[in-house]
Ligand binder design. Structure first.
Ligand code: CTP
Length: 404
């Protein structure tokens, strides 16, 4: 999303200015061209040299030290930017922008741009709560500026409260989201992710190796593209994606119940979860103690969630996953037909770098006509984006023909 994008990072004078070095790295790592503008006070907290080294570009600090050529240069920089991010943003810069004051390079650049501006506040908690700062933030939000909420926690002044710079991952995600076309706006996307756990006593369960990474990637990308996203997830160690409604479940039965709760309002359902097909028939109340003989567990069938949905899906788009170790295409296509899916993403577990735990995957996407599209090894985020492209195409075709 950030690849090739021109980001102006404005840094103002607060203790969180040191974090903007990491943010610069993050943007550069994602392929963005970063130009840093620092206010005079920001240079007291972190040196321009650090930002210049990390961004690989000159750092601009003050309009009055610029030659005539650069005076014009910063206007064209403001015009060429895809986004301006101010992190950290002090009460002062927020107040200046809200009042239309342009008295230094950063405030002048903000005034001269037509690009979206993302403001990431960081300040003392009383300042952040101050009614004037609140009013300024509300004013800016109401006229189209993007303003993140400051984070809650311990502040440099040793008080606790709201005022910390939002987490850098959240800032990076917000930037990616702002730069992404909202082509899934109006869709309610229901996603399942992760493994299920099927317990047989209070401390043991049967499960699988699913990490949840593929399902979470769908949630992040669908949200970026403007969809309203509900994520129903089995146990994972992944951070909750911002802006996504998350419901945690453990067993296949609890996952089915949660899916059914949200089924009605959904328009697209993507079932990435690795649902256990069987559960122990008996759940012991107390820990099962060992003895010398073998130990047997009788298993019984779990509900097949996607098959249930397939029967009642109406004009919702239903996407499933198939994990196979042999006969990938045939098995996957049979599953698509048997469970009335619109698309199935077939995952060949025998390919290196594919499947559970990895950050990458290589899949085939099969539609109802049997057409197979092969996606080479790529990150799960990119796979999710490409599959969402296919879903969007199906939606467009169904609107034109009236058939899903
Ligand atoms: N699935 C589901 N409920 C289950 C099992 C699977 O909703 N009880 C969904 C998965 O989320 C996935 C699709 O069905 O989208 C295919 O899952 P997979 O385990 O590959 O296939 P199964 O249908 O369970 O068939 P088999 O295990 O026999 O290969």
């Amino acid at each position: 999303m950030c690849e090739g994008k021109k980001i102006i990072l404005g840094i103002t004078g607060g203790i969180a200015a040191y974090k903007s070095a990491e943010l610069t790295r993050e943007f550069v790592k994602k392929g963005a061209q970063v130009t840093v503008i620092m206010t005079k006070n920001a240079t007291k907290f972190i040196t321009p040299l650090t930002l210049q080294t990390l961004s690989g570009n000159p750092v601009y600090t003050d309009t009055f030290s610029l030659t005539g050529e650069w005076e014009i240069g910063h206007i064209s920089m403001a015009e060429a930017a895809d986004i301006i991010v101010i992190a950290p943003a002090t009460a002062n810069i927020i107040g200046k922008i809200a009042s239309g004051i342009a008295d230094d390079l950063l405030s002048t650049t903000v005034m001269a741009t037509r690009a979206p501006v993302l403001i990431c506040p960081a300040m003392n908690t009383n300042m952040y709560a101050n009614i004037i700062v609140r009013a300024n933030c509300e004013k800016l939000a109401s006229i189209g500026y993007y303003i993140m909420d400051a984070d809650y926690g311990e502040l440099a002044c040793k008080t606790e409260g709201a005022g910390r710079l939002p987490p850098l991952d959240d800032i990076a995600e917000e930037v990616a989201s702002i730069l992404t076309e909202k082509d899934l706006a109006g869709e309610n996307v229901l996603i399942t992710a992760g493994p299920t756990r099927e317990p047989f006593d209070p401390i043991r369960f049967i499960s699988n190796y699913s990490s949840g990474k593929m399902g979470y990637a769908f949630a992040v990308m669908a949200k970026r593209r403007g969809a309203d996203v509900t994520l129903i997830t089995g146990p994972t160690v992944l951070p909750v994606p911002s802006g996504v409604k998350v419901h945690e479940v453990t067993t296949a039965v609890s996952m089915r119940d949660e899916v059914m709760k949200h089924f009605k309002e959904s328009t697209i359902i993507i079932k990435v979860a690795a649902v256990a097909d069987y559960r122990p028939a008996v759940l012991s109340d107390s820990k099962i103690k060992k003895d010398d003989g073998p130990f047997n567990i009788t298993l019984e069938r779990n509900p097949d969630i996607i098959a249930e949905i397939g029967k009642i899906k109406g004009d919702r788009i239903l996407v499933g996953f198939a994990m196979e170790t042999e006969d990938l295409l045939k098995n996957a296509y049979d599953k698509l037909l048997a469970k009335n899916m619109d698309l199935i993403v077939a995952n060949d577990l025998s390919r290196p770098g594919s499947g559970f735990q990895y950050d990458t995957n290589s899949v085939r996407v099969i539609d109802r006509s049997g057409t197979v599209r092969k996606l080479p090894l790529m990150t799960k985020t990119k796979i999710a984006d490409r599959v969402l492209d296919r879903i969007k195409k199906l939606r467009k075709d169904s609107k034109e023909t009236g058939v899903v």
